[in-house]
Design a protein around this ligand. Structure first.
Ligand SMILES: Nc1ncnc2c1ncn2[C@@H]1O[C@H](COP(=O)(O)OP(=O)(O)OP(=O)(O)O)[C@@H](O)[C@H]1O
Ligand SMILES: [Mg+2]
Length: 233
């Protein structure tokens, strides 16, 4: 995927300024940055949920600038939003069905069975209301819901948010296994810089809506700016 000179925001308020970056096929790239930097806005703009004011987006050889959110899902782009945002009063299985762009498609492909194999805990809780899931289970549900459409690229908005450390480990092991098994391209937003740098091969730093640094995860780990402001060293 390629993002070229992206500007976007809400109404007349600009948030992202001239953001450019790329992710190779099957690569995992992380975007880190402080609260309010525009990380979620970036993912929402790529997913077509926030309108870009200028710039261009390319995915899989197509110019996808201005493409509608449901069409982007069909092209293979999935967003797992911050906090997972399940439909609280719907069961696990109904939440998963909502992740599909067509109900018939889901029934046909047997994707739910596959997902239940990957996430056995969701299978056990298939009929349970989403609001009664634990934080970790809710995040698993959010990731599984993103996978129902069989995306090529998945965008994860802070998958570790609000989880206890042992659950963060579990979620990251899952993401890592999924990525490798399904050959996914991953765009990861993460406050927990250690996890971001471990999973991603490269990383961009977004501050005040601009990309201010980029490099390999190894380079980032060695950077004084990153150590001081993001790793608390
Ligand atoms: N729907 C909205 N309408 C107006 N302003 C918004 C909206 N959503 C976000 N913003 C503003 O856009 C800016 C960037 O928000 P965004 O959610 O992209 O930041 P973030 O980097 O994801 O932060 P965090 O780490 O806290 O999740 C913030 O100043 C925020 O208040
Ligand atoms: Mg955010």
């Amino acid at each position: 995927m390629q993002v070229k000179g992206l500007h976007s925001g809400y109404g007349k308020v600009p948030i992202l300024h001239d953001v450019s970056f790329h992710i190779d096929e099957r690569e995992t790239v992380a975007v880190i940055g402080p609260n309010g930097a525009g990380k979620s806005t970036l993912l929402k703009t790529i997913a077509g949920l926030v309108k870009l004011t200028s710039g261009e987006l390319y995915f899989d050889g197509h110019n996808i600038t201005g493409t509608s959110p449901d069409q982007l899902v069909r092209l293979g782009i999935a967003l797992v939003p911050e906090g997972g945002r399940p439909f609280a009063n719907m069961s696990v299985i109904d939440n998963l069905r909502m992740g599909a762009y067509s109900k018939r498609e889901v029934l046909k492909t047997g994707v739910l069975d596959e997902l239940f194999e990957i996430f056995p805990r969701l299978k056990e809780r298939a009929k349970q209301m989403a609001r009664t899931l634990s934080g970790g289970e809710r995040q698993m549900l959010a990731i599984a819901r993103g996978l129902v459409s069989r995306p090529k690229m998945i965008m994860l908005d802070e998958p570790s948010l609000g989880l206890a450390p042992n659950l963060v480990d579990e979620i990251y092991e899952k993401i890592c296994a999924l990525r490798n098994e399904l050959g996914l391209t991953v765009l990861l937003i993460e406050q927990n810089t250690n996890y971001a740098l471990e999973l991603a091969s490269r990383c961009y730093v977004l501050e005040n809506g601009r990309i201010v640094m980029e490099g390999s995860s190894a380079e980032m780990s060695g950077s004084e700016h990153i150590k001081k402001h993001y790793l608390g060293l």
